[in-house]
Design a protein around this ligand. Sequence first.
Ligand code: GAP
Length: 512
Amino acid sequence: MIQNEELFKAIISHSKEYGFIFPSSEIYDGLSAVYDYGQYGVELKNNIKNYWWKAMVQMHENIVGIDSAIFMHPTVWKASGHVDAFSDPLIDNKDSKKRYRADVLLEDHIAKIEEKVNKEVEKAAKRFGESFNEEMFCQTNERVVNYRKQIVDISEKMNNALNINDFEALRQLIVDLEIVCPVSGSRNWTDVRQFNLMFATQMGAAADGASTIYLRPETAQGIFVNYLNVQKTGRVKPPFGIAQIGKAFRNEIVARQFIFRMREFEQMEMQYFVRPGEELDWYEYWKEQRMKWHLAMGIPQEKFRFHVHEKLAHYANAACDIEFAFPFGFKELEGIHSRTDFDLSAHQQYSGKKLQYFDQERNESYVPYVVETSIGVDRMFLAVLSHAYCEEKLDDGTERVVLRIPPMLAPVKAAVLPLVKKDGLPEKAREIMDILKQDYLCQYDEKDAIGRRYRRQDAIGTPYCITIDHQSLTDNCVTIRERDSMQQERIAVENILKIIREKVSAANGANL
Ligand code: GAP
């Protein structure tokens, strides 16, 4: 079993080697925290987006989709609060000239203390063997108790400072904890300053009175400003939802962990407009629905957990994340937020347009409340890859790398492989390929020995390999090999499509 850090490195290099993800503009040495999706990456990404769209839009009669522009009127971002408050606290080291997020420096410090706790626990577990009681040990061991107290103390001070934007307190905490710059090793810090995460650009020629506009940092605002358009033209009434998939941009300062935190990424967001007072019931509903969506892929339950937000943003009255066990630990994959009427009310105020619904049953107008589900496509991609990547030792002593991607998301659904390149087998294989490719993305491959061809398909996660041999010419049967079990079965050509459909259909086993 490889260690998690090694596993993460292996996933990154596999992604590149097999055409899933490339660093952006790589021939110019890349662009930090920006990535391109290759020939298999784009297929997996599209399949994730289709699975989401199907679950949200197709399976909910009261949810419709839109596709709003990336550029929006600059006042949108004033109303949403992004101009004033969408920022990170930054600090520079005067010697290395490196810039850091102050909260991340502190979180890294906390992580180091947590590591010390883990080491103590590991040591004790070895010492006590079977009889080791971890909970009891952590409550009584003086060193562990002390470490844990430090963690609580630092977290509290950091959160208090962040909540009231007390940057001097944040800096003081870094100084008091004697945190050093990882590059220069010095403690020569500047003040902490706020840094807005939105990318700005100019629209129109300067002489025409160009105005500053932003690349959207979330897709949600495109939904809010279209609330009235959709409500009037879509014959919908609360509760109803608007879904959207699209690019978002954030000038992340701490951009690391591959595609986990990018500067250009994609979101799948849904805003559910409900009667005021009913939002917390809908919040619970969406928590449950979204978890079901994740589990329906066949990824085990223990890889997911909810993290309920204790401290809420000023516009929310409930919020949680669905976290995933990435190779670098449990981290946010999706957010579910009850955002009250904050956004619609703010847009109503700034635009001067009424963004309300007249509820005939209640004979009253109200600004709908909103429950939002928001997931990053790229983070979901990384979750799927992290779950799927597997280095296996086989019974015959050889090794293989297999991507156990849920079949409905797999980039290529089947590979069609003539056993040899002669005797009419390629022609027969082509006939089968021509049928399958009408419904699914499939690959025809006649190069190299059959074993090597299987390995190539395993490495990109193809659920089925179909081999055509000499006997196929007389009995019209082929051998179908299943990716995970590697079991082979002889089946009639006419049954191939049925078998593939059963395995890769999104509705199959999915509690959508
Ligand atoms: N509209 C709400 C919103 O944008 P968020 O928690 O800031 O909420 C939602 O983002 C999701 O978008 C996250 O759970 C994550 O999956 C994804 N996401 C956010 N920032 C990202 C980044 N820099 N790179 C990749 N994905 C990101």
